[in-house]
Design a protein. Structure first.
Length: 98
């Protein structure tokens, strides 16, 4: 929801846990993320929020409020990885019109 706030504690040298690539997370990266934020979703019909209340990273209520007017699937429990995501591919393909 606000990655510029979530990542502020990680400024400095970092390492990608999957590739081992090293990089430097700097304040200007937070400014770039903040510049991408919007107050109002201009085309809510193009977005689908898949959210679980047990998300340990994001407060699901903030996502529900931010994406008000968008298609929303909010499930109890779960986590940030969205447990059971494999139940949705066919619906996602249909939603995207693919």
């Amino acid at each position: 929801m606000t990655p510029y706030d979530l990542l502020a504690d990680y400024l400095g040298p970092q390492e990608n846990p999957y590739t081992g690539e090293k990089y430097l997370l700097e304040p200007h990266h937070m400014a770039e993320l903040k510049a991408l934020d919007v107050d109002t979703i201009s085309q809510p019909d193009t977005l689908w929020l898949l959210q679980q209340e047990g998300d340990e990273v994001l407060d699901y209520r903030q996502a529900v409020a931010k994406y008000l007017g968008c298609k929303q699937t909010v499930e109890a429990c779960g986590d940030h990885a969205f447990v059971g995501f494999d139940r949705y591919p066919a619906e996602i393909i249909q939603f995207l019109g693919l």
